[in-house]
Design a protein around this ligand. Structure first.
Ligand SMILES: Nc1nc2c(c(=O)[nH]1)N[C@H]1C(S)=C(S)[C@@H](COP(=O)(O)OP(=O)(O)OC[C@H]3O[C@@H](n4cnc5c(=O)[nH]c(N)nc54)[C@H](O)[C@@H]3O)O[C@H]1N2
Ligand SMILES: Nc1nc2c(c(=O)[nH]1)N[C@H]1C(S)=C(S)[C@@H](COP(=O)(O)OP(=O)(O)OC[C@H]3O[C@@H](n4cnc5c(=O)[nH]c(N)nc54)[C@H](O)[C@@H]3O)O[C@H]1N2
Ligand code: SF4
Ligand SMILES: [Mo]
Length: 662
């Protein structure tokens, strides 16, 4: 039996260290790694199901081509044939348009290991092309952190166990961050009060001491209401805000003069007495922490919502006391050189740089490109046809493309509409390096087994395709295809990184994951910037759509047994084929004549889907909750929700309204 160190590369708060057990070249078991200080030897159910994931009968084995696209007529081809078709097309597009701008990619979060930036590196190596920018998941909140505390930082999550007040605001860790729950339970055992603020009575709310149900998109107002009470009662950290901040006088003036309680209560759905109780908790219980969840910022008031929560934290002393703090996510990854991502773009004689298309509205923007139009799209670590907004725009974009290549481990809604599908290696079949965005540990991923049939890592594919490009057109790419994965990993371990993670060499990581030195307290002492809301946030808009054609707000958060579109095919986790399930309030169901577990139609201007209705008496009448992905997924009803957003905000997935019929 051989043991290897792996890391779960999913876009998940856990970034869990795994020990894999290999016998006769076969992965027979996985466990958590006890040497990892945050995960402490445990995995979530998805992690424990990795042996089934690796040997799943629906895994892609060979490169395949579909002619014509969408026909279902798939044929196996060799890797060499696949590379030739793709490389010839890229070269032809280059000579047709005079640059590589007609070739582009869309990549997001299927695997967030550092070596998966091979996709970006490969495209940079051919010179200016078309690329996605931004982060559809967390940018609005990230912008709020940058504007208030100056940086995307978050404290050591293990320390949450020492807090006496934990306010979880729009996060659902019992489903999305199960590793964190043990620290929350430890804190509770030590007498902490746990508050959850969420429009849905979530799995986490069920474990809390206090649950506050506010209407979606109203977090800024709720925070302002609490802050105003704290000002009126003079029970905030006066000295801290007066000496360590900017904008306090204007912010205070705004709260005193422009915020009124009746409107706040009406719009948020939270009573004044409840806000008073929260103000008392924030001002009296120390040390306290707030956790701004990603759920807060999936609507048009998202950035201002996180800003307001952070302001309340500042007023409560969460930036000046030991074990206090405000959690979101962090950008520790930005300390790394990210040599693949930052591979310099090969110079072009007249096109200065690549063409950027925002991730939040990629399809609509890419479809509108001309001079030259986008003609080739490479999709990796991404299933836009189930996970993005504006699926109609994706279909139109696909119709205008001449070649769509998707690299994935499984068939899904996106691969089905591609020309060529290339089989990706699983994490156990490749090497990688990982830093998370929640805990502060670094860990490696060793190659534990040979690739499944003909699967290859994204890095290996980048090496081989760039080699083929240069064979057919010398000098087309300047990718360093001679470098091995370990070379790229070692390039990340600069002296600065070694110092930050107390490493002498790569070998240290073979023996154990390593924590980053804890310098949060040093970094958080920067000045806090209070920002009074700007006009663009329509904070007082009635967030309900009562009486409208589409009266129900559709919330589609993440669920425990999947990571977005992933893990749906594992029978250990999903014994039955997943169908779309919507949860509706009992009174609404009765009014509409809908019975528990019956099929209904959910629809709006973008389309309609069939779903099983489940009655949930804890749900507000104006909200419908639905699971993500599936064959005819819910995102088909999510139109262009980003019209008024900045280029670099998150997607407002939860600004979607629907109707239901029996
Ligand atoms: N309705 C609704 N939609 C949402 C959200 C929501 O709350 N509601 N949340 C949004 C959020 S926060 C996110 S982050 C996105 C996530 O959306 P995506 O970034 O699309 O993420 P996944 O669905 O996790 O994975 C995409 C694909 O990557 C593949 N993959 C896994 N590993 C690898 C690999 O090593 N190489 C390659 N080439 N492919 C691999 C998987 O098999 C999967 O098909 O979804 C968003 N969509
Ligand atoms: N099991 C599992 N874990 C995951 C993922 C997964 O798909 N599955 N995905 C990972 C990824 S990419 C992400 S981005 C994270 C997301 O994980 P979280 O940060 O937990 O965010 P969400 O799941 O989007 O939403 C959390 C809660 O916000 C609530 N909410 C929605 N709108 C509002 C609002 O306006 N105000 C308030 N206060 N609450 C609101 C929702 O009801 C939900 O209960 O999870 C990561 N972890
Ligand atoms: S899905 Fe998340 S919690 Fe589960 S093993 Fe992977 S990183 Fe850990
Ligand atoms: Mo996400």
């Amino acid at each position: 039996m051989e043991l290897f160190r792996n890391t779960c590369p999913r876009n998940c708060y856990g970034t869990c260290s795994i020990i894999s057990y290999v016998e006769n070249g076969k992965l027979i078991k996985v466990t958590g790694d006890p040497k990892h200080g945050f995960t402490q030897g445990r995995l979530c159910p998805k992690g424990y199901a990795y042996t089934q994931y690796v040997y799943n009968s629906s895994r892609l084995k060979y490169p395949i081509i579909q002619t014509p696209r969408g026909s279902g007529n798939w044929q196996r081809i060799s890797w060499d044939e696949a590379y030739s078709i793709i490389a010839e097309k890229m070269i032809e597009l280059y000579s047709r348009y005079g640059s590589n701008l007609a070739s582009g990619y869309n990549k997001f979060s299927g695997n967030i290991g550092l070596l998966h930036y091979a996709v970006e590196g490969m495209f940079n190596s051919i010179g200016p092309h078309t690329k996605p920018v931004g982060d559809l998941c967390s940018s609005s909140g990230g912008a709020a952190l940058k504007k208030t505390i100056g940086d995307v930082i978050s404290p050591i999550p293990e320390k949450m166990a020492q807090a006496k007040l934990i306010v979880i605001w729009g996060a659902n860790p019992a489903a999305t961050n199960v590793q964190q729950m043990k620290y929350i339970f430890q804190a509770k055992q030590n007498g902490a009060t746990v508050v959850v603020i969420d429009p849905i009575f979530s799995e986490t709310a069920a474990k809390a001491d206090i649950y506050i149900q506010n209407k979606p998109g109203t977090d800024a107002l709720l925070a302002y209401g609490i802050a105003k009470i704290m000002i009126e009662k003079e029970c905030y950290e006066k000295e801290y805000v007066e000496t360590n901040s900017q904008g306090w006088a204007e912010f205070k003036h705004y709260l005193i003069n422009e915020v009124n309680f009746p409107d706040i209560c009406h719009v948020t759905g939270v009573q004044f007495e409840v806000m008073k109780e929260l103000a008392s908790l924030f001002s009296t219980i120390k040390p306290g922490v707030t956790w701004s969840g990603l759920g807060v910022q999936r609507n048009k008031n998202g950035e201002i919502g996180i800003q307001a929560i952070l302001s309340l934290s500042a007023m409560s002393g969460h930036f000046c006391e030991q074990y206090s703090g405000t959690y979101y996510t962090h950008a520790d990854i930005s300390h790394f050189p990210l040599t693949l991502l930052n591979h310099p773009e090969k110079e072009h004689c007249f096109v200065k740089k690549s063409r950027s298309v925002s991730h939040i509205d990629f399809a609509a923007q890419a479809k509108a490109l001309n001079d030259p139009p986008l003609k080739l799209l490479w999709i990796a670590s991404r299933s836009p046809l189930s996970q993005d907004q504006n699926i109609q725009a994706w279909k139109e974009l696909f119709n205008s493309l001449e070649l769509i290549v998707t690299v994935d481990l499984f068939m899904n809604e996106t691969t089905k509409h591609s020309d060529i599908v290339l089989p990706a290696a699983s994490l156990f079949e490749e090497e990688d390096l990982h830093v998370g965005y929640w805990h502060h540990w670094i860990s490696i991923n060793q190659k534990a087994i040979d690739p499944f049939f003909e699967a290859k890592s994204d890095l290996q594919i980048a090496r081989e395709l760039t080699k083929k490009l240069n064979e057919l057109s010398p000098g087309f790419s300047d990718f360093h295809y001679e470098l091995e994965p370990i070379d790229w990993i070692k390039a990340e371990l600069t002296p600065h990184i070694k110092q930050l993670y107390s490493l002498d060499s790569y070998e240290d990581l073979v023996s154990s994951p390593h924590p980053r030195i804890d310098d949060y307290d040093k970094r958080k002492s920067k000045e806090f910037h209070f920002i009074k809301p700007i006009n663009k946030a329509n904070l007082y808009d009635d967030q309900t759509n009562e009486g409208a054609v589409y009266p129900f707000r559709l919330l589609s958060p993440q669920s425990l047994l999947k990571i977005h579109s992933q893990f749906a095919t594992l029978s250990w986790l999903h014994p039955e084929r997943e169908i779309t399930v919507i949860e509706i309030n009992d009174i609404v169901a009765e009014n509409l004549g809908i019975h528990d577990e019956t099929m209904v139609t959910v629809f709006n201007d973008y389309g309609s889907i069939e779903a099983k209705a489940v009655i949930n008496a804890d749900l507000p009448q104006e909200i419908i909750v639905v699971n993500q992905a599936g064959e005819k997924g819910i995102n088909q009803l999510i139109g262009d929700t980003t019209k008024d957003s900045d280029e670099e905000s998150s997607i407002n997935f939860y600004d979607t309204y629907v109707a239901i019929k029996n």
